[in-house]
Design a protein around this ligand. Structure first.
Ligand code: GRG
Length: 287
């Protein structure tokens, strides 16, 4: 019960904060296209990770919530762009029409841009000290050309050019997905004066790689109703994935291996029980 209660607490804290933030936005024509992809749901893994890592290190919600929301906004902007015809071309996301399917392609492009910008508007408006500045810098690095955006570029490049090299797979998993999962754990550490920074970096890294491997497995084994997004597209498009390189069985083995490494990175930290359980649940997730 301990785990469910905590999860609900973090989830509610995040949704309430998101709700009041969205209410504070000016009601321009574009605002609807910003609110829609944020409000249609999602698991909120990245913000929950940040709130939980923060609590473990003694950092309060007043400090972690703005960064947690910025992370979710950045993640959402990446999904909006990922669904565009030029990228993954998908009309279905989080169980609903994707942003461009609902509002048009021009809106998908501009909404994704506006969301990315909004994340930085939010955190820059909350700057109080040097740690906050370091957090913004770190966040922008993990999101940018050396991080998530660079990973997505490589991913699409490999797909379009039929490249299936294992080194590229590793780089894609790290940059495209793990960077935005390393972000919450390390941001919490920065806010706590770099406490356990290396442990938390490793935790985020292994959790992030696992997250992408599970994503690849679910694309083969799940269905659109449970997943809330299209399935089976990776194989059809000849995408470079963990499953295309290692197969399903080996991929499942790797999930166990990397989850253990993630857990080992934080197991000795006081009050890490929730995060250890979260890592186990993410390895077994069905959506
Ligand atoms: C505009 C910032 C910006 C980026 C554009 C398109 C792109 C660059 C990046 C996409 C990166 C991407 C789609 C990575 C996949 C990561 C992943 C496994 C996403 C699914 O995350 P979940 O399962 O989704 O947490 P929910 O819907 O639950 O939030």
């Amino acid at each position: 019960m301990f785990y469910e209660e905590k999860l609900k607490f973090y989830h509610t804290a995040f949704e309430d904060y998101l709700d009041s933030f969205l209410k504070s936005l000016n009601d321009n024509l574009i605002t609807e296209t910003i609110k829609y992809p944020l409000m249609v749901g999602g698991k909120r893994i990245r913000p929950i990770l940040l709130l939980a890592c923060g609590e473990m290190l003694g950092v309060g919600l007043d400090k972690t919530l703005p960064f947690a929301l910025a992370l979710e906004i950045i993640h959402t902007s990446s999904l909006v762009h990922d669904d565009l015809p030029a990228l993954d071309n998908d009309n279905f996301r989080r169980g609903q029409p994707s942003c461009h399917a609902k509002f048009g392609e021009f809106a998908g492009i501009l909404s994704g841009d506006a969301l990315l910008n909004l994340a930085y508007e939010l955190v820059l408006s909350k700057i109080e000290d040097k740690k906050d500045v370091e957090c913004v810098k770190f966040l922008s690095q993990l999101t940018g050309y050396n991080g998530m955006l660079g990973g997505q570029y490589l991913d699409v490049y490999c797909e379009k050019n039929n490249i299936s090299h294992t080194d590229n797979l590793k780089e894609i998993q790290f940059k495209k997905t793990a960077c935005l999962i390393i972000a919450p754990s390390v941001l919490a550490s920065i806010l706590a004066d770099n406490k356990y920074r290396e442990n938390l970096n490793n935790f985020g890294y292994y959790l992030g790689i696992t997250f992408q491997i599970v994503d690849d497995i679910l694309d083969c084994e799940s269905n659109a109703q449970i997943l809330g997004k299209s399935v089976g597209k990776d194989r059809l498009s000849g995408k470079l994935t963990n499953v295309s390189v290692y197969g399903l069985e080996k991929s499942k083995q790797q999930v166990k291996e990397y989850t253990k490494r993630a857990i080992d990175s934080i197991i000795n930290i006081e009050n890490s029980k929730f995060l250890v359980e979260l890592a186990k649940r993410l390895a077994e997730r069905i959506n």
